[in-house]
Design a binder for this molecule. Structure first.
Ligand SMILES: [Zn+2]
Length: 343
């Protein structure tokens, strides 16, 4: 009798496993990049030299390590918003100078007022649905007389967002503007405790319930020790926590366009590094918004004054930026809004 019960249970178990794998296969099959040639056209506008230009600018000594609330950080924010203006990428109507003030009352220590920067491209079919591409703009400032340039952390992410914004704006001009709106958000005060993104998600400019997904970039220009012999990789964190579809969209974007090794080591629930909780995407995820954190892992210059622009691997930065762009493109243009469910 015991044996019989066990075999019935096995039968039931394998049936539901079968149904589950069929569901997964159907989900994977439903993700199709039908406009591959068009996407490739705009991926090709993400250029190594332009990324290098932005990284060198934002991590240069003149900005004194971009400490939140200090003159150097404010000047870098000005560089970022001027770039959007120069590309004719809009500021929100409610924040016409691209800035959302983050008041010193919500910041730690004795930091001064700071700001998040918001630019966006309005969707042609679903303008009230939003895809966010985010990166923090601040770094650690000057410590013991040494400038912390933060070229990887997060000059690389800042440059990637600017370059993707340019690519999407070229797509608009070419008649291939996104169906959903794309928001380019540069948050402040990440290094001192994710405060800029927390302030934004507590005081969103566009309704959070209309936010489809947030793609966050924090360090994508270097190679960690684990991958010294295979630099063609990126860590993805969080993609499958709130939406199975998001996980497979990123995978499909990668197989179609970039062929990086997607490393999920840090996505494990029990990973001791807890990176899922340690950058700005988490403030979106904690409000139920599906996120992906794109990350290269730590390296010998992480949080050191030696994280400088000459050490960035620019071809790799370009490739990783293209993966984020292709993922964002799909999210912005898919016929159905991303399904925020785990199957
Ligand atoms: Zn960072």
């Amino acid at each position: 009798m015991k044996i019989l019960v066990a075999s019935v249970l096995i039968l039931v178990g394998s049936c539901s496993t079968f149904r589950h794998s069929e569901k997964i296969d159907n989900l994977k099959d439903s993700i199709q990049f039908n406009d591959k040639v068009v996407i490739e056209q705009y991926l090709s506008t993400i250029e190594i030299e332009e990324l290098k230009y932005h990284v060198e600018e934002v991590s240069s000594d003149k900005y004194n390590g971009r400490m939140t609330g200090e003159k150097g950080h404010n000047e870098v924010c000005n560089y970022i918003r001027k770039y959007y203006a120069s590309q004719n990428i809009k500021a929100p109507n409610t924040h016409p100078n691209y800035y959302q003030k983050v008041p010193k009352e919500v910041l730690p220590d004795d930091l001064n007022d700071s700001q998040n920067i918001i630019a966006y491209i309005e969707g042609s079919e679903f303008p009230n649905e939003y895809i966010y591409i985010t990166a923090h703009s601040d770094h650690e400032g000057v410590i013991d007389g040494e400038i912390y340039n933060g070229a990887d952390d997060n000059g690389s992410g800042t440059a990637a967002v600017l370059e993707m914004a340019e690519a999407f704006s070229k797509a608009v001009k070419g008649g291939h503007g996104p169906k959903r709106s794309i928001v380019f958000l540069h948050v402040t005060a990440e290094e001192v405790g994710l405060h800029g993104s927390r302030y934004y998600t507590d005081n969103p400019i566009f309704p959070l319930e209309n936010t489809v997904s947030t793609l966050n970039i924090d360090m994508i220009g270097r190679v960690d020790d684990k991958h010294k012999n295979n630099e063609n990789y990126i860590y993805l964190i969080g993609a499958d926590r709130l939406s199975s579809e998001l996980h497979f969209i990123a995978q499909k974007a990668n197989t179609e366009f970039t062929n990086l090794e997607l490393d999920y080591t840090f996505n494990k629930e029990k990973d001791v590094n807890r990176y899922y909780y340690r950058s700005d995407h988490y403030n979106f995820a904690s409000k139920g918004i599906p996120v992906i954190f794109f990350f290269n892992g730590e390296h010998e210059d992480y949080t050191k004054p030696t994280d400088t622009a000459d050490k960035i691997n620019y071809p790799l930065l370009a490739k990783r930026t293209k993966l984020v762009f292709a993922t964002a493109w799909y999210l912005a243009n898919s016929p159905q809004r991303l399904n925020p469910e785990i199957i």
